[in-house]
Design a binder for this molecule. Structure first.
Ligand SMILES: [Zn+2]
Length: 171
């Protein structure tokens, strides 16, 4: 017995499994080759997004003011999310709204780390790298007659830098 592709209005045979929910690989629907490719493209779209970013995407005016396409029966979080992502015209991540949001949503950990590095929250990764080099020079024990105080300071800076590298370094 063959299953028809679960995509809206598609009559092809569905031979490829597509997970229904973001964190639930047990539930899946069957799609044809054309639609599994489209699905994977959109799946990757969200791969590097934080939960906050995904939430913003869903709650965004840009998203809600568009009629969502009907896809499958359940109206779960992920369905809504990726239905909207299917619309290539959406361009939400390029919108100034989203850029503002990204700027505002820096985590408390990163905020503290930037403070340790004497940087403000708008600091770009290249600036952070440059600042780190400068601070290492400034607080290096060799330059401060082995002072314990500066050694601790440098330790904190290094920790802050590696924290920022994790979150900002890959962007
Ligand atoms: Zn299909």
């Amino acid at each position: 017995m063959k299953t028809i592709c679960d995509w809206e209005n598609c009559k092809e045979i569905g031979s490829y499994k597509a997970p229904i929910e973001r964190d639930n690989s047990k539930k899946f629907r069957l799609l044809c080759l054309k639609h599994i490719k489209l699905f994977n493209k959109n799946w990757n779209y969200f791969e590097n997004m934080s939960d906050q970013e995904i939430e913003f995407f869903i709650k965004s005016d840009l998203t809600w003011h568009k009629a969502t396409k009907n896809f499958g029966s359940s109206d779960n979080f992920f369905n809504i999310l990726w239905n909207n992502a299917l619309d290539d015209k959406l361009n939400i991540f390029k919108s100034s709204n989203f850029k503002e949001f990204k700027k505002a949503k820096i985590s408390q950990t990163d905020r503290d780390a930037l403070k340790v590095m004497e940087l403000n929250e708008a600091a770009k990764w290249v600036e952070i790298q440059q600042k780190f080099k400068n601070l290492v020079k400034k607080y290096h024990p060799d330059k401060n007659h082995g002072s314990k105080k500066f050694e601790d300071k440098l330790k904190k800076i290094t920790l802050a830098y590696s924290q920022l590298k994790k979150t900002l370094g890959k962007k």
